[in-house]
Design a binder for this molecule. Structure first.
Ligand code: AMP
Ligand code: MG
Length: 400
């Protein structure tokens, strides 16, 4: 009598417990996209670091151009201050310095007249409008004060956060380092894209999909692509990677047939093979082999992809310090009828438009083109066998 299948939530927790948190390490800022900051980031500088001009124009004393509303005020222009000029040239009363955006405002000036309000002169300038003190000056420290915490530990680093880190002078950041994943595809029928196919052969695609999913989650993927359905070859393939990766993810070779190489190689070796009450992706395995956490995914491409989405992605994100690991969930009206096996949670591919979700393709776990056409997953609960057109369903927004 086979054991009853594990629930999706229980299996997700089992996989989550398998992958330890990665250590915090220092990485170059451009490599930190999508990673999580391991320590608070305190700024050693103020931003802006100095008072600077918000406009191309002329640095002036506002009092000198107070009459410009009635008739233009002409001032000599002794100095040009382009962005990047580092010497300090004070502004003398009755003069104007031509100044560019981002250039330091000279001592003595209290406003910038924008070039559009002048004749644009180089030696002398005619100012046509008065300015209030402080106009078009970006004050030192307006954005960031020196010594303040600009990013908290636990922040997921996107483009804006990386830009800020660079702006406060950081070349590296302490982050939870990427999980190193060995992605291994099994199957004697698998052929490299670009090679001719014989009858009975297919192009290997799971490792491409899974490695991309690992990278999208912020992990590092090493790929072993063509491991034949042979136990000795399987063990030989992973041997040299032991100790160098944090996780082994296999695809294929875990269902009920013969030649199930992953099952044959890892049964009784610390990996437990089990059924999960999910469709697609029922046959699963996980455990620790020779000190290496292992998750074995089924071979059908949509099963492998969905298993990654449901079980591995949250575990990888959590291991890399993310606090939010769930996809956004919304409720939507289903634009078609769906049938789902009782006792299993089904995930169907769909496209979401407003609050209507349209199923894409059937439930088959080989329908990769439907997966590629989808931008969401429709979650049909274990106790639902029929979703009628117009019923409300839960949708996981996965993008695409
Ligand atoms: P298996 O779980 O090994 O029985 O494989 C189930 C189905 O998925 C079979 O039709 C395999 O040919 C296919 N499959 C397994 N591995 C891959 C792979 N890496 N790329 C594409 N299809 C695969
Ligand atoms: Mg196989």
């Amino acid at each position: 009598m086979p054991n009853s299948p594990l629930s999706v939530d229980d299996y997700r927790a089992r996989v989550g417990a398998l992958i330890p948190a990665t250590p915090v390490t220092s990485l170059p800022v451009p490599d930190c996209l999508g990673l999580v900051l391991g320590e608070d980031l305190v700024s050693p500088v103020s931003l802006p670091p100095f008072d600077n001009s918000a406009m191309d124009g002329y640095a002036v004393r506002s009092a000198d151009v107070a009459g410009a509303g009635h008739a233009p005020v002409e001032l000599p222009v002794p100095v040009d201050i382009p962005a990047g000029r580092t010497d300090i040239v004070p502004l003398l009363p009755g003069t104007a310095h031509r100044i560019m955006t981002g250039a330091p405002v000279p001592p003595g000036a209290d406003a910038v007249v924008k070039v559009e309000d002048t004749d644009g002169g180089v030696r002398r300038v005619a100012v046509r409008a008065p300015v209030a003190p402080g106009t078009h000056i970006r004050r030192a420290g307006e954005d960031v004060t020196k010594g303040s915490t600009v990013l908290r530990a636990g922040t997921a680093l996107g483009p804006a956060q990386l830009g800020l880190a660079a702006a406060v002078g950081r070349a590296e950041l302490p982050v939870h380092r990427p999980v190193r994943v060995l992605v291994l595809s099994t199957g004697s029928e698998l052929v490299a894209p670009g090679e001719p196919l014989l009858h009975g052969q297919i192009y290997e695609s799971n490792s491409v999909l899974l490695a991309a999913a690992v990278r999208e989650a912020g992990g590092h993927a090493t790929v072993l692509r063509f491991v034949p359905d042979d136990v000795a070859a399987f063990h030989a393939a992973i041997g040299e990677h032991l100790g160098r990766v944090d996780l082994l993810v296999t695809s294929g070779g875990v269902s009920a047939g013969a030649y199930e190489v992953v099952k044959d190689a890892l049964t009784g070796q610390g990996v437990e093979f089990t059924r999960v009450a999910v469709q697609p992706g029922g046959p699963q395995g996980s455990g620790v082999f020779a000190g290496l956490p292992v998750v074995t995914l089924p071979g059908n491409p949509v099963s492998a992809a969905l298993s990654f989405e449901l079980f591995l992605r949250p575990a990888l994100l959590a291991a890399m310090g993310h606090r939010s690991v769930d996809r956004p969930r919304v409720r939507a009206r289903c634009a078609g009828e769906l049938r789902s096996p009782s006792g299993r949670r089904q995930y169907r591919r769909g496209r979401l438009t407003g609050d209507v979700v349209t199923p894409v393709g059937g439930p088959g776990s080989h329908l990769l083109a439907s997966l590629a056409a989808a931008d969401c997953l429709i979650e049909v609960p274990e106790d639902t066998e029929v979703v009628a057109e117009g019923d409300l369903v839960t949708v996981l927004v996965v993008g695409g």
